[in-house]
Ligand binder design. Structure first.
Ligand SMILES: [Zn+2]
Length: 98
């Protein structure tokens, strides 16, 4: 029984030495694994989302005609004050104004 314990201690020692020697590589492997895991968790979103059609994180503005909230980057701004969600809204607003 004592011999088995001795062998176990030697194996653990060798394992510790190996881990110590390759700690840089093990860290790299762990880092790599973490990146792979994070990619896997993001994977479903990547499939469904279209990168070029991603919703901008810019401020939302209120359409002056229909009242829809749209991203500032997609809004049509007139004179810096009037904001419209589409050309249709812009045109109907111009028609009602004249
Ligand atoms: Zn509108």
């Amino acid at each position: 029984m004592k011999e088995a314990l001795f062998i176990l201690v030697i194996i653990l020692g060798l394992f510790a030495l190996t881990a110590f020697r390759y700690r840089g590589r093990i860290r790299t492997l762990l880092e790599f694994w973490r990146v792979v895991r994070s990619l896997q968790t993001r994977h479903p979103q990547n499939i469904t989302a279209h990168p070029e059609k991603q919703i901008p994180t810019s401020n939302l503005v209120n359409c002056g005609k229909c009242g829809n909230w749209i991203p500032e980057s997609q809004a049509i701004t007139l004179g810096g004050t009037s904001v419209f969600c589409s050309v249709k809204c812009l045109e109907s607003s111009a028609k009602s104004a004249s």
